[in-house]
Design a protein around this ligand. Structure first.
Ligand code: NAG
Ligand code: NAG
Length: 984
């Protein structure tokens, strides 16, 4: 749903005016609303100061004296933790500020470096403007984000210690090392003796300590932090790093931020030594391999920004902030992956530059080595950095997942197709769309209702004229296993007699303004208040609102969509809340902004768990705003995109970035939210969307109706085939989600992640693998394109998924694949076995007890392996062993199925679902690349559960256009049981 786009009928003139301004700017060529509505670094006081600080330090080179040091007598290492106090020189009189430092070495091999600021005399942090804000650095980001992995590694040990520093060995087999230098303070992280990551190597660390405001009439007085280039005369040309004009107040777009605590930013340089590629820090619309940000050919001028925002019609290829923020970055070089997680919820900017070390004549070794330098700047809070030393992408992913949690195992239906638009206007409209989908045999699982279903944008109510009988509508959908998702946003209409608003106020659960009064802002309903989901009492209250008997018209097949939770505030600074607003326990909005959306998503998730006593089902909640940890709560989508080829192309790197950043349940609005896609674009978008982990078609209120059944042929059929492909592969998708749930692995995977040795793939972000299925996909994202070049990352055999054509071996090269409009370029990597369900049905639920097909793509050594995970797709019974998890293996001439976890499945006490699965079999096995020695075989032997039967084998010799393949029909072996098929 759009933050501000067109003008629905019920809005008042002020809002209309706002829309008008946006609209005018939109139609004025060359003026970009989005870019002017949001800050550039130079318009964000702390970003400007820190960039200037960096420029100054870098310009001074070896002359630069970083003001942070550790007095060695205050440093100690004990039980896996290094503790010290960093002292920051703040003036020429030798005054210092004390910054407690803790470096924790965790059992997982992750190191955590936390710097706080010691509370000093009260008067030093006297708050201005009579503010009630907390006088501490925000230290609860951990509470919302971290769910495990913090156990300390007591085996970590001192390798060397002196007056100037300490070296600590830690991690697996003590292969990791942290070399801490005391003066100036810096840390070098090594693996197997080789430097990987350096903190404060360039001396850009800057922790703006709290200070009292000194009222001084003269222009500028030097703070003296830098102790450099003292000027005799007080010219207005102050080093911008020391420019105090934005210390105590800051204005942007007519909004003034009273900054009651003054300057308090934290900044640090992090260098990835020898690494040319860095990835992550979503959400941005740009390439997966992040660009440099300080100008130069093809680079950005602005740092990547993380400040969750409702960006109206976002621009592509930009470091601009979007709706969500995950401050986790990975660096990649051949055979090595490392990463950092910057745990901070305040506005954050990240500069990236690269250099070639060969420029340095002293550099050893041949060939240029590229270093990637990053500079992290956050407005407030602790400096809290987790360092991951890999060495594989999988290791880094797993270590990050241990800290922030993994994707919740989803509702199975949510992997199907979702049909959305702003808006399906009535219950009859919903039923009609549903009937039409059936009439044209188009599968889908969920139909969605945007804001117009409500009575005047009052959530938890229905527009009684248009939705006369929501329960009848819900039952109609349920009859063929379909669901309804309705939108619930965090802004609560400020209207007397509206029970939600009344309770929010009387229970005092709303976000407050800087004066401590309930905050009033403008959003869809007009004047609104915002639930403060940082407050556990608010979560409890919110939960009660979703009970079936309270939110009338909802039932078991109703699920929820959370939008606008950045939060979007139409009349707020940068379309969000003032930073000096106050949350629970008096934390400023400034401190918590990027976590805000996650707390609301969390409250809704918790609410979905308790709609009815005794009902234990997995929630499904879609969110627009997110932070590290949101993956535990549901799915996300990339917000308000446009019906353009460029947006279709941009979606893939964005979804890949989500995947490697721990939040892989991601998708983009299929068809594009704004505008009307031409038929070819819409078809191509469904083909791409069939490979998004979250697959939803959506459209703006002003866009023409474009449900798949409305389209002219051949497009209706093309889209229907893409949907059927998605549905037949649901078992493979669900298995990929299972892995995401186990260890955080991405659901669609970029090549650097699957092939960290193949440098040619490191900047490829338009093709990807689906889980560990070996399916390699490159959707067509350009108009009139009928071929694609697919990069082949290894020397395995690759087959076309549809034609079984064997591709030429091409490790490290591109192979051209035909892709006429009815075709999605999908390859099968040899050596994999893919589970499918081939009976076409109307919804995922109706396929629950269908038989399986296994597709075996024979690898270059004649082998293949694959996996299936399946459970009831709805309850938490999987936690009690109620699931089927198989490994399939082709070795020589036998194909076997065994329990993937080596469980004795006979000893599992079977619940209802497992019992029903007794009737589900492997029906068909297709062996692509079947050996020619099988050509004369007419039968194969299937052994299972003590029975041996012969079934027919249908062998097809290779011909010019495709590999040999064989089909075994009516296998009949139970999916949950062990079985063997013998081909020889
Ligand atoms: C400080 O920065 C502000 C805004 O960027 C600018 O207008 C002002 O001239 C600067 N002051 C000095 C003393 O350089
Ligand atoms: C939601 O937040 C509450 C309060 O912090 C927490 O106890 C709970 O575990 C969170 N839920 C999830 C699923 O992370």
């Amino acid at each position: 749903m759009v933050g501000a786009g067109s003008s629905p009928p019920s809005l008042r003139w002020t809002t209309l005016l706002y829309f008008l301004v946006l609209l005018c700017a939109l139609i004025t060529p060359g003026v970009s609303v989005k870019e002017n509505d949001f800050k550039r670094c130079s318009q964000s006081g702390f970003c400007k100061r820190n960039r200037a600080y960096a420029d100054n330090a870098i310009a001074l080179g070896s002359e630069w004296q970083a003001p942070y040091k550790i007095p060695s007598e205050q440093a100690s290492f004990k039980d896996g933790q290094f503790k010290a106090t960093i002292s920051k020189a703040i003036d020429e009189q030798g005054n210092t500020v004390r910054l407690p430092l803790t470096i924790s070495f965790l059992k997982s091999g992750t190191a955590r470096v936390t710097v706080d600021e010691e509370k000093r005399r009260e008067k030093d942090i006297e708050l201005r403007h009579n503010s009630k804000a907390r006088k501490e650095r925000y230290n609860e980001a951990e509470k919302w984000t971290i769910v495990g992995g913090l156990d300390i590694d007591t085996n970590a040990q001192v390798a060397h210690e002196s007056k100037t520093g300490i070296k600590i060995k830690y991690g697996p087999e003590l292969a990791f090392e942290a070399d801490i230098t005391y003066e100036p303070y810096s840390i070098e992280f090594k693996r197997d003796g080789v430097t990987q990551i350096k903190l404060n190597d360039r001396g850009l660390m800057n922790l703006e300590h709290w200070r009292p405001k000194v009222e001084k009439p003269v222009a500028e007085k030097k703070e003296g932090e830098e102790g450099q280039e003292e000027k005799k005369d007080e010219t207005p040309e102050v080093n911008p790093a020391e420019n105090e004009s934005t210390w105590w107040e800051e204005t942007f777009g007519g909004n003034t931020d009273s900054k009651p605590r003054g300057p308090e930013s934290v900044a640090l340089d992090i260098t990835f030594v020898g690494y040319e590629h860095v990835y992550g820090i979503p959400e941005h619309a740009g390439p997966l391999s992040l660009k440099e940000t300080r100008g130069g050919d093809g680079n950005y001028e602005q740092p990547y920004r993380l400040y969750n925002s409702d960006v109206f019609e976002y621009v592509l290829d930009s470091p601009m902030t979007l709706y969500g923020a995950i401050p986790f970055m990975q660096a990649q070089r051949k055979d090595s992956t490392v990463g950092v997680f910057w745990l901070n919820a305040a506005e954050t900017w990240i500069d990236i530059t690269k250099d070639k070390e060969s420029k340095n004549p002293l550099a050893l070794g041949v060939g240029a080595k590229t270093n990637t330098h990053t500079h992290w700047m956050s407005e407030a809070g602790l400096m809290d950095v987790f360092v991951f030393l890999g060495p594989t992408p999988r290791d880094v992913t797993k270590n990050y997942a241990e800290l922030t949690g993994t994707t919740a195992l989803p509702q199975e239906f949510s992997l199907g197709y979702h049909q959305c638009r702003w808006n399906y206007v009535s219950d009859d409209d919903v039923k009609e769309v549903d009937r039409k989908m059936d009439r044209y045999n188009i599968p889908y699982d969920v139909i969605w209702l945007d804001i117009e279903y409500t009575d005047d944008k009052k959530y938890f109510t229905w527009d009684g004229d248009m939705f006369k009988d929501p329960i009848a509508m819900g039952k109609h959908l349920d009859a063929h296993g379909r669901k309804l998702v309705v939108i619930i946003d965090p802004h609560i209409k400020n209207a007397g007699g509206y029970h939600v608003s009344d309770e929010l106020k009387s229970k005092d659960l709303a976000v407050r303004n800087k004066d401590g009064n309930i905050f009033d802002g403008w959003c869809w309903p007009g004047s609104s208040h915002w639930i403060d989901a940082f407050n556990s009492a608010a979560i409890q209250w919110w939960s009660s609102l979703f009970n079936y008997d309270k939110f009338k018209g909802t039932m078991e097949n109703t699920f929820i969509w959370n939008d606008m939770n950045e939060p979007s505030v139409f009349n707020g600074p940068e379309v969000t809340m003032p930073k000096d607003n106050l949350h629970y326990e008096d934390w400023e909005h400034r401190d918590v902004h990027n976590i805000n959306g996650m707390t609301f998503h969390n409250a809704t998730y918790e609410a979905m768990l308790s709609r009815k006593k005794g009902e234990l089902r997995r929630p499904f909640v879609l969110t627009r705003s997110f932070f590290a940890g949101s993956q535990r709560l549901g799915a996300m989508w990339t917000g308000d995109n446009q019906a353009s080829w460029e947006h279709l192309g941009a979606a893939i790197p964005m979804i890949l970035a989500q995947g490697i950043s721990g939040f892989p349940f991601a998708g983009a609005d299929v068809g594009g939210f704004f505008g009307n896609p031409e038929l070819e674009l819409q078809s191509r978008w469904y083909q791409a969307g069939a490979f998004y982990p979250f697959f939803r078609g959506h459209a703006h209120i002003d866009a023409r109706r474009r449900e798949p059944f409305l389209l002219a042929e051949p497009h209706r059929s093309i889209i229907t085939s893409a949907l059927r492909l998605r549905y037949s592969l649901l078992p493979a998708w669900y298995t990929a989600f299972y892995h995401a749930n186990r260890d955080g692995s991405p659901i669609i995977r970029p090549l650097y992640w699957t092939h960290p040795s193949e440098e040619g793939g490191f900047d490829i972000d338009d093709q990807f693998f689906v889980g560990s299925t070996g399916l390699l996909v490159k959707p067509v994202v350009q108009k009139d394109k009928t071929t694609v070049d697919i990069f082949i990352p290894d020397d395995e055999v690759y087959y076309d998924y549809f034609s079984y054509k064997k591709l030429p071996t091409a490790k490290g090269k591109q192979v051209t694949v035909e892709a006429p409009i009815e075709t999605i370029p999908v390859l099968m990597r040899g050596g994999h076995i893919i589970p499918r369900r081939d009976t076409p049905r109307r919804s995922a639920q109706l396929m629950k007890f269908d038989d399986y097909t296994l597709v075996v793509a024979v690898g270059k050594k004649g082998q293949a392996e694959g996996e299936l995970y399946v459970d009831d797709g709805d309850s938490f019974d999987y936690e009690k062993g109620q699931y089927i998890h198989r490994t399939f293996k082709l070795e020589g001439s036998t194909l076997t199925s065994t329990d993937a976890e080596g469980r004795d499945t006979k000893s599992i006490e079977e619940g209802e679902w497992l019992k029903q699965m007794h009737g589900v079999a492997v029906d068909k096995v297709i062996i692509v690349g079947a050996p020619s020695s099988w050509a004369s075989k007419k039968e194969v032997v299937v052994e299972s559960e003590g029975k041996t039967v012969s079934v027919p084998l249908d062998y097809h010799k290779a011909d010019g256009s495709r590999a040999a393949f064989a089909i075994v029909q009516r296998v009949g072996a139970r999916i949950g049981a062990d079985w063997t098929i013998t081909f020889a």
